[in-house]
Every structure is written in structure tokens, then in C-alpha cells.
Write a protein that binds this ligand. Structure first.
Ligand code: SF4
Length: 259
């Protein structure tokens, strides 16, 4: 049944025992779950890889990345932004939300996904039993484009090493790509959001689910239902990974990182 905020809350389907860890044989793993395989960016090394600085490569914590972002001048966006917005959340999160770029509220506070769209994202995560604090949130760009214009290709290329290193540090079980820019950047594709939704893609071995950006949901209520379908898919991946770990380790179904 739809709630007052329009999000449809339904029981998350249980997941079967998995034949192998996702990283071992992910296509077989997805097949066992009945999940549709999509784009694999396993070998899609961004063109910006050579531009990644030694500092980014050497950074071993999200705080270190944040410091580098604050000092970054790889593109012109730092000149017009009020604050850098590197990301926020649990550095050991099982799910990472990746959006496009900071907006006005994010630029003002230096935090990702605040304001109305951020509140909606918090509700969406709550519908799959995840708190805002339990996930990690960041954007492809770490500084706000003026007047919220679309990111330019050079800006995405320049900023990509930060996102890449953040995901290496967090090592989430699932990435939720919010909007076309995030999805296309992560997956190295120009396919439309409509074509990318509803499948499990891969970013360097990590399952990626593509859905609408919460700001888009504020403009179009009709996209809330497909977004719910997408986040349920992300939830299934999380549950399946936990079940696999429990079966492998002979432990409870607590998240491995919580034990
Ligand atoms: S948007 Fe990214 S590449 Fe551009 S200045 Fe900010 S951190 Fe550097």
C-alpha cells in the first residue's frame, strides 16, 4: 500500500542460498537468484585513470579523500562552489548511493543529499530497512556546478578518481546509482536510464542497481513506483550476500561487518 509520502512498502522477498560469492562468479550468482545481468564495467577503466594523482591513490581513508577533495583544483568547479561535498556516511557501508553532483543545499552545508531530495532518499532507504547513517552517500562530482547545470565531460573525467578510490575504500556490497549521470559514469556507458534500470550491472565486481535520482522523483510522482522496484532489487542483493556469508561461515544472519 502506498504511504502518505507515496513510497510503496511491501515485504522484501526472501532470497535463496547462493552457489558462490558474487566476486567469485557473479553471473552464476545472479542467475541463481533469478536476477537479470546487465552492463559490466569490470574492465572499464576510466580514461581519467592516468590523471589520478599519487595522493588519491595513496589515500587509505575517506577522510583523506575528503581532504584531497577540499584542496582539489583539477577542474574549475571549486572556484564557484561554497563548500566541497566529498560524501558522508558509514565508511564500512554495505550500500553506497552515488548521485550526480551537489545542489544548492549540499553546497551550502558541505553534505550530500540534504534538502528535499535528500529527505526523500532517506525515506526510500528506510523503506528497505536502511538508515541514512548506515549507508555511504556521495556524488560523481564533489563540487557544485553553477546553477545546477549538467556536469561537463571534462569535469566528470577529472573528478572520477575520487569516486573510484572512495568505492575501493568502502567496498560496498551494492551500489545504488541515482540518475543517468551516476549510472553512465559508473558503468562507462551512454545507455539511457530507462535501458539501464531493472538489471544488475557491475562496477569493478560490485553489483550496481540503477534508479531515478530523488530530485527527479520530486518532479514526477509516477517514477516512485519503478524506484521502489529498483531499491527492492538492491535489498535482495544485500540479503543474498548476507545469507551467503552466513551459510559460508555458519554464523547468524547479522551483517558480516556487524559481527
Ligand atoms: S569537482 Fe572534482 S575535479 Fe572538480 S575541483 Fe571539485 S573535486 Fe576537483
Amino acid at each position: 500500500m502506498p504511504r502518505s509520502d507515496g513510497i510503496i512498502v511491501e515485504p522484501v522477498p526472501s532470497t535463496p542460498y547462493l552457489p558462490a560469492a558474487p566476486s567469485a562468479d557473479l553471473p552464476a550468482w545472479l542467475s541463481a537468484l533469478g536476477l537479470p545481468a546487465g552492463v559490466s564495467a569490470l574492465n572499464a577503466t576510466p580514461a581519467s585513470a592516468t590523471a589520478m594523482s599519487a595522493g588519491i591513490a595513496a589515500a587509505s581513508t575517506l577522510d583523506a579523500i575528503a581532504e584531497l577533495v577540499a584542496a582539489c583544483g583539477l577542474c574549475a568547479l571549486h572556484k564557484t562552489a561554497r563548500h566541497s561535498v566529498p560524501g558522508a556516511g558509514d565508511p564500512r557501508a554495505e550500500l553506497v548511493c552515488v548521485g550526480e553532483a551537489p545542489g544548492a543545499n549540499e553546497d551550502e552545508q558541505g553534505l550530500p543529499f540534504v534538502g528535499e531530495a535528500g529527505q526523500l532518499l532517506t525515506k526510500i532507504l528506510g523503506a528497505i530497512q536502511l538508515t541514512r547513517e548506515s549507508v555511504y552517500m556521495c556524488n560523481v562530482l564533489k563540487h557544485r556546478p553553477p546553477a545546477n547545470r549538467d556536469p561537463l565531460p571534462d569535469e566528470v573525467t577529472a573528478c572520477q578518481p575520487f569516486l573510484r578510490r572512495q568505492l575501493e575504500i568502502v567496498q560496498p556490497r551494492v551500489i545504488l546509482a541515482l540518475g543517468r549521470f551516476a549510472a553512465q559514469t559508473l558503468l562507462g556507458t551512454s545507455l539511457s536510464l530507462g535501458k539501464l534500470r531493472g538489471q544488475v550491472h557491475l562496477y569493478r565486481g560490485i553489483p550496481v542497481i540503477v534508479t531515478y535520482h530523488p530530485a527527479a522523483l520530486l518532479r514526477n510522482e509516477a517514477w516512485k513506483r519503478p524506484t521502489w522496484d529498483d531499491v527492492k532489487l538492491a535489498r535482495r542483493i544485500l540479503d543474498a550476500a548476507r545469507a551467503h556469508d552466513s551459510a559460508r561461515d555458519g554464523t547468524s544472519d547479522l551483517p558480516a561487518r556487524d559481527r
